[in-house]
Structure formats: structure tokens, C-alpha cells
Write a new protein. Structure first.
Length: 76
């Protein structure tokens, strides 16, 4: 089943930034949210563990280059 959704320009640009050339937008959403932990990070150690658990997209990137994606994905 397919559903049509509306996104703000900001949300679309964020989703587009995560999308890989060989992925659909649906694939991108699934890869980002499937198996996400449901609990909040409780302390710095939990936060560091969560950051380290984020998968790389093939090439090595320094952590500082991914800060926006890490912050936007962080659970409140």
C-alpha cells in the first residue's frame, strides 16, 4: 500500500540529504527509523554509545562532518 504525505521544505531537504542514489525515499525513511531504540539517552555514556552505533555510509567521515545528522536524529 502506498500513502501520500506532505513535508515542509525543511523536512524534505533533510530527507533528501540522507537519501543515497540507489535508495527510494521510502527506503531512506525505513533505514533511518527501523530498529531505533525507543528509550531516551540517560547520560553521556548512553549518548556516546548511540552516536557510535550509527552506521557509516561506506566511506569514512570524521564525526564533526556528521554533526547535523547526529543532532537531528537524536531523541529528545
Amino acid at each position: 500500500m502506498v500513502k501520500v504525505i506532505s513535508l515542509s521544505n525543511e523536512a524534505y531537504l533533510l530527507l533528501k540529504a540522507f537519501k543515497q542514489p540507489d535508495m527510494s525515499f521510502s527506503d531512506t525513511i525505513i533505514s533511518k527509523f527501523k530498529n531505533e531504540p525507543s528509550q531516551k539517552t540517560e547520560d553521556t555514556e548512553d549518548l556516546v554509545s548511540w552516536i557510535e552505533s550509527k552506521k557509516s555510509h561506506g566511506k569514512k567521515e570524521p564525526l564533526h562532518s556528521k554533526i547535523d545528522s547526529l543532532l537531528y536524529e537524536a531523541k529528545k
